[in-house]
Design a protein around this ligand. Structure first.
Ligand SMILES: Cc1cc2nc3c(=O)[nH]c(=O)nc-3n(C[C@H](O)[C@H](O)[C@H](O)COP(=O)(O)OP(=O)(O)OC[C@H]3O[C@@H](n4cnc5c(N)ncnc54)[C@H](O)[C@@H]3O)c2cc1C
Length: 734
């Protein structure tokens, strides 16, 4: 009886079923043998019909007709059927996915690397316990991933312990002892020849030494030693940047976070009590005693250590309930030193970049001296200087008085969330018939959100018929405030991130065609976001919580390309913005996703509307009407298959092609921290295009401003190149 609805649904797929490879029905094959079977990848896609429901039908049908595949993913078919029927709930779907991969070697490996306590919690969840019940038992412990365990084993063997250091020293040069204090009593932690890799796995190298400083004195001593030793020094925070702006082989990396925190996935800092960082000068938040004079709104400065993370700051802001940053990156596992260097941003037309909020930069210069910059003109270069100025120790930021966000998350039909531009041919799979009046009302609604909301952001998860709209306003009135995400929700977010990370790396999951992977991920994303309904009109939370409305993102590595497209003036009225560029960019991306049957975009399309920037090298600089900040994200599996890079080049080609009313190309620029290096703009290598076109005026202005700072502080541009640059920055600036 239960098969009947499935079979009815399957009937229209009859031609597809006959095209499937013959079923292999040897139930005695081991998982390892099955890993070698090209079982599923070869299925011919239902071209031009990539809608989530059809793809779900395709998976369900396949599993129904292929016993061995079905038995490899027990329960998957049933849980996908619930999604297909609109009956799946968030916890049930995650639980079903976890159980379906439970017997896979990758799951076993990931599960074994969790500590006992966390294993118990995951097991309890898989056995049906609710998130509420599990968090009541309280307490998380930080599990190390197998990669992290291996990493630490290697590092321990390479010079961190006195005995291994003695052994190493007898074999090669003496590892330097850098003191963190004037009394020379506290040597800085150092790792010898520890391999570096960034979070997105796009950068790998082996610096000679990786230092972990905790004092300004230590950084000064280190730079003095590096100067004598002719070494370059680069810092790193959480390693979330995709471009290669870190250290290099044979040079010095300075990790502002202890290595365990910087390299462990999953990261549990958002669900654990705060650690005691009293020993680190870079983990402090110091609020000034007086408001900033002469501003129309209430503002206050806070001196923030470069190693303070967004999660540290969020907790501080909630505890004080007085001051907040008005904008930030969504992810909480990001350091202030790290997000300031490449000029990161949040969302909302009235907001610029994080670097635009900086009122003082403190840094250790190329001579090993601790310096600061407060001159507003010089800050336009110093605040967003990619680490070239030196090692930033503290950033003083202008905060707003705490306010409260009225979150109004909405899942809205894709054709109406951001309606397509007039001439646009919407992919057939998601095309719906709307009246001109409906489309015009949707356009006005979109413009209103973009032009007036405090925060405006849209997501599309591949092949879904709905977008997730995250646009909201704030209020000073705190009644009805809740902690958001709530604590049980945090557990689910952590778990969803961990689950995403496991299936990201699971060779069996990777044997699925890309579109299947994409829909399994995108269904998870849609279910994990708040449902439409009365609850949505009641979420009021501290502004800083709303900025970081999703936690656990760090637990699943992704690849990401993001461009900042200037909003041009209307041809008919140059005093007004032309929003069609945002509509076009959004729909061009969706169209490109449908145009490639290999499903290169398996995670999300995300668009935020934001303001411009006054920081010289920011990608939003000169965007008088604001910026369309738009990005595509995918899984590590898509990148490994080689389908991601051609796709992002295609997207970049489309997004770089937009022109303004004068017919000239808009000055669209990439997010410095994301993927662009190695790609081309109309045939020109992107690096060269940035140098010669996008930043043709800004690069000389930036260097002049740095040179002026150096003139007063005793260093020159050559010192910056020698001490703090990397090949990518050499190419751009020197
Ligand atoms: C999942 C995800 C989501 C993201 N979302 C957003 C977003 O919403 N908005 C956005 O704008 N960006 C976003 N990013 C990009 C991210 O904000 C940047 O990559 C940011 O630089 C990461 O901070 P980090 O602490 O990991 O720094 P890292 O990546 O470790 O370092 C970034 C750069 O800063 C330099 N640096 C770090 N610390 C110092 C220091 N103390 N002194 C001098 N130089 C230093 C490093 O050398 C490096 O060049 C996202 C990234 C990820 C992975």
């Amino acid at each position: 009886m239960r098969l009947l609805p499935v079979l009815l649904r399957v009937l229209p797929l009859a031609p597809l079923i006959s095209a499937l490879p013959p079923s292999r029905s040897d139930p005695n094959l081991s998982l390892h043998q099955l890993l070698d079977i090209p079982i599923i990848k070869d299925i011919a896609p239902i071209l031009s019909d990539f809608r989530s429901g059809r793809i779900l039908d395709e998976i369900i049908t396949y599993l129904l007709t292929h016993i061995e595949a079905n038995s490899l993913f027990p329960g998957l078919r049933q849980v996908l059927q619930l999604v297909r029927d609109g009956k799946a709930d968030r916890a049930g779907y995650s639980r079903g996915l976890l159980k379906s991969i439970q017997a896979h070697p990758k799951f076993a490996e990931a599960f074994a690397s969790l500590d006992n306590d966390l294993q118990d919690k995951v097991t309890a969840f898989m056995n049906g316990d609710s998130a509420e019940r599990i968090v009541k038992k309280c307490g998380f412990s930080v599990p190390l991933s197998p990669a992290a365990k291996e990493h630490f084993k290697r590092m321990q063997e390479s010079g961190i312990t006195p005995s291994s250091r003695r052994w190493l020293n007898s074999k090669r040069e003496t590892s330097p002892v850098i003191y963190e204090d004037n009394a020379n009593s506290k040597p800085m932690t150092v790792y010898t020849a520890a391999e570096f890799e960034n979070w997105g796995l796009t950068v790998q190298h082996t610096p000679s030494y990786t230092f972990v400083p905790t004092t300004i004195e230590g950084v000064k001593n280190l730079i003095k030693w590096a100067k004598v030793s002719s070494k370059r020094v680069r810092a790193a925070g959480y390693r979330h940047t995709w471009t290669n702006m870190y250290s290099q082989d044979g040079e010095i990396l300075l990790s502002m976070l202890d290595l365990r925190t910087a390299t462990t996935i999953p990261d549990c800092s958002s669900i654990l009590p705060s650690k005691d960082y009293t020993g680190s000068e870079f983990k402090r938040i110091e609020l000034e005693a007086q408001d900033v004079p002469g501003t129309s709104e209430k503002k206050r400065l806070a001196r923030i250590g470069a190693a303070v993370t967004n999660e540290d700051f969020r907790r501080w802001a909630i505890a004080n309930n007085a001051w907040t940053t008005p904008l930030n990156v969504v992810v909480v596992e990001i350091t202030y030193g790290g997000s300031n260097a490449p000029m990161c941003h949040g969302g909302g037309i009235r907001h610029k970049t994080i670097s635009d909020l900086v009122r003082r930069i403190e840094y250790v210069d190329a001579n090993g001296e601790h310096q600061s910059v407060t001159n507003p003109v010089q800050l336009k270069a110093a605040a967003g200087s990619f680490g070239l100025l030196g090692i930033v120790t503290h950033i003083t930021i202008e905060l707003d008085a705490m306010s409260y966000a009225n979150l109004r998350p909405l899942k809205q039909e894709i054709g109406l969330a951001i309606p397509p531009p007039k001439d646009f041919k919407v992919p057939a799979a998601i095309r719906e018939a709307y009246t001109p009046a409906e489309l015009e009302a949707a356009r006005q609604d979109f413009i209103q959100k973009a032009e007036t909301n405090y925060y405006s952001e849209w997501f599309w998860f591949p092949y879904q018929s709905k977008a997730f709209v995250n646009c909201w306003n704030n209020t000073e009135e705190p009644s009805g405030l809740i902690d958001y995400p709530t604590y049980p929700d945090l557990f689910l977010q952590w778990l969803e991130g961990w689950l995403g990370g496991v299936i990201n790396d699971d060779p069996l999951f990777r044997a699925f065609p890309g579109r299947w992977q994409a829909v399994i991920f995108s269904s998870l994303a849609m279910l994990s976001l708040p449902p439409n309904g009365p609850l949505n009109s009641q979420i009021k939370t501290h502004l800083v919580n709303a900025l970081h409305f999703r936690r656990g993102i760090h637990n699943m590595r992704v690849r990401d390309m993001e461009l900042q497209i200037p909003i041009p003036p209307l041809a008919s009225d140059p005093t007004k913005p032309d929003w069609t560029v945002a509509q076009r960019a959004w729909w061009d991306a969706i169209d490109a996703v449908y145009a490639d049957p290999k499903a290169p975009m398996r995670v999300a399309l995300e668009m935020r509307i934001m303001g411009d920037s006054d920081v010289i090298m920011a990608a939003q600089t000169n965007n008088k009407f604001g910026t369309v900040s738009i990005e595509v994200l995918t899984s590590m599996a898509a990148a490994a298959e080689g389908v991601w890079e051609p796709f992002v080049q295609e997207i970049a080609t489309r997004w770089m092609n937009y022109t303004g009313p004068d017919g000239g190309y808009l000055n669209t620029r990439p997010h410095w921290a994301k993927e662009w290096d190695g790609m081309k703009v109309r045939g020109t290598p992107w690096k060269q295009y940035l140098r010669e076109t996008s930043y043709k005026d800004e690069i000389p202005a930036f260097k002049d401003a740095l040179a002026q700072i150096g003139q007063a502080q005793g260093w020159g541009l050559q010192d910056l190149k020698d001490r703090f640059s990397v090949p990518l920055l050499d190419d751009l600036f020197f």
